[in-house]
Design a protein around this ligand. Structure first.
Ligand SMILES: *Cc1c(COP(=O)(O)O)cnc(C)c1O
Length: 484
């Protein structure tokens, strides 16, 4: 293998200058590297474009390193480096992770995990052309919304429905379609910011509507809305303050209280629920979330909510309401730019079909299954995995089973926690010295796993909440590859 000689370096008798040019002259050409046995195998597998490009980059980088007097990769031959470089380039960027943070609907981890029926349905539907916008009765062009509109109306009791890319898009489109160039009245207590720079005042501006703030941060009354009405008023907007609470001396005007005023004045009333659970969470012993059904019954003209929060489906924004309002929204040109693609549409349809069979939800919908998982069951899982985890982490760490609290996540109130259980991991040290470093070291190693294991740090311990861990093997298999 000629490349190996580069690593061994020049003969000891040469001057530094000679040594350098000696090293450089031993570098093979791109062609020679590509036509080496490993290069040929790579060509077969990946084609000439990627392999040649990678070989060129590798040789250029090696040349630079030699000229800079730096270390050359002494462990691997150039051929081996080529294999590694290409493997890294074509490796998948997304990786499944074990979410042991205790936050069930985790925005940074892709929110809801789809029900198996939705995964199977997407898989089947993406392999063929399908009746996405094709009316099979008439043979004419169809409307993709019709795939889910009937289901959404049946579940929520709304007259009409449409879907877009996410709930932020649903809110933006609703305001733009109903209030562009005019005024929208919103309570000061509801001018929320949701993670990722979604702020109600900015959304209003993007939609081309003027925000008219009424009331105060803690108290808003019906008269505040009434007094703000002008000939320019196009919409009353309510926003569910999902991620914070104002406590103490407070007053808000509910949708049910605002709806009669809206109807009397002929001003539509929209409400953004954020999570918007399609079933009453309190039925499962969970904190109450307002449902779209209740909002429709209260007299809202438009209700918007997410597909991938408590609903437990794909990223999507659902807009339900009166026939008039939904027709206006669907006709607005921005709708075309925000439409849902066929992948999430199929996943949403399959998820919604589960809601026609509410008894199945608790077992089939991962989000709901995890949120309702009994603490005893989670504790049992923690006890099952504890010995294997202790073994994988070794004697420098202490692993214990303990009770802890989980969060629902994704805008649901941070104060709403669920009794849970899991593992508490701490480095075994005499004092506090080196504690942070040891914890960081472990966290880095856990993130580097092919299936990263993600927990949370609390009081100098790594906590692994086992609520979302379905199979002990998922964790123990992953930890087998741990390099500490
Ligand atoms: C989460 C949330 C949104 C944004 O929904 P996405 O589906 O993330 O776009 C908007 N409004 C409220 C109140 C929310 O909680």
């Amino acid at each position: 293998m000629p490349e190996r000689s580069i690593v061994n370096g020049p003969k000891a008798s040469s001057t530094p200058q000679e040594a350098l040019s000696g090293l450089l002259s031993q570098l093979p050409s791109t062609d020679r590297l590509v036509s080496s046995p490993k290069g040929q195998a790579l060509l077969q597998q990946h084609g000439a474009t990627l392999v040649t490009q990678q070989a060129r980059e590798l040789l250029a980088a090696t040349r630079q390193r030699i000229l800079g007097g730096g270390e050359i990769n002494g462990e691997l031959t150039l051929e081996e480096q080529l294999v590694e470089g290409i493997a890294a380039k074509v490796a998948p960027r997304l990786r499944p992770m074990l979410n042991l943070t205790g936050t069930v609907i985790h925005t940074n981890m892709g929110r809801a995990v789809l029900p198996q029926v939705a995964i199977d349905y997407v898989h089947a539907m993406m392999q063929h052309p399908l009746n996405l916008e094709y009316d099979l009765r008439t043979g004419q062009r169809g409307d993709r919304d019709s795939i889910v509109e009937g289901l959404i109306c049946e579940i929520t009791g709304a007259q009409a429905a449409t879907v877009v890319n996410n709930n932020a898009a649903a809110v933006l489109l609703t305001i733009a379609a109903l209030a562009r160039g005019r005024e929208v009245i919103v309570s000061r207590g509801e001018l929320v910011e949701i993670g990722g720079a979604f702020r109600m005042p900015d959304v209003m501006a993007s939609a081309g509507a003027s925000l008219v703030e009424v009331g105060t941060t803690n108290r808003t009354h019906l008269a505040d809305y009434q007094n703000a009405i002008t000939p320019q008023t196009a919409l009353f907007m309510k926003v569910h303050t999902s991620n914070y609470v104002v406590q103490g001396f407070t007053a808000e005007v509910t949708e049910a209280a605002l709806a009669p005023l809206a109807a009397a004045k002929g001003i539509p009333l929209a409400t953004d629920l954020g999570s918007g659970s399609l079933v009453d969470m309190s039925r499962y012993g969970l904190p109450k979330e307002p449902t779209p059904q209740e909002m429709i019954a209260a007299g809202c003209d438009v209700v918007t909510f997410s597909g991938d929060k408590l609903l437990g489906g794909p990223q999507a924004g659902l807009i339900v309401g009166s026939q008039d309002a939904i027709t206006t929204i669907k006709k607005f040109p921005m709708k075309r730019a925000l439409r849902l693609s066929k992948l999430p549409l199929a996943a949403l349809e399959a998820t919604l079909r589960l809601y026609l069979q509410p008894e199945l939800l608790k077992t089939h919908l991962p989000t709901l299954r995890w949120l309702t998982r009994p603490q005893a069951d989670i504790l049992n899982m923690a006890q099952t995995v504890c010995p294997a985890v202790q073994q994988a982490l070794g004697s420098r760490y202490e692993v214990r089973v303990q009770n802890m609290m989980s969060q629902i996540g994704s805008g649901s109130l941070p104060i709403d926690t669920l009794p849970s259980a899991g593992l508490s991991i701490a480095p075994k040290l005499a004092g506090k010295k080196g504690l942070g470093t040891a914890l960081d070291h472990l966290e880095v190693a856990l993130r580097a796993l092919p299936t990263p294991v993600i927990g949370r740090i609390e009081n100098d311990h790594i906590l692994w909440d086992c609520r979302c861990l379905d199979h002990a093997q998922d964790l123990t298999n992953s930890l087998q590859l741990l390099k500490l």
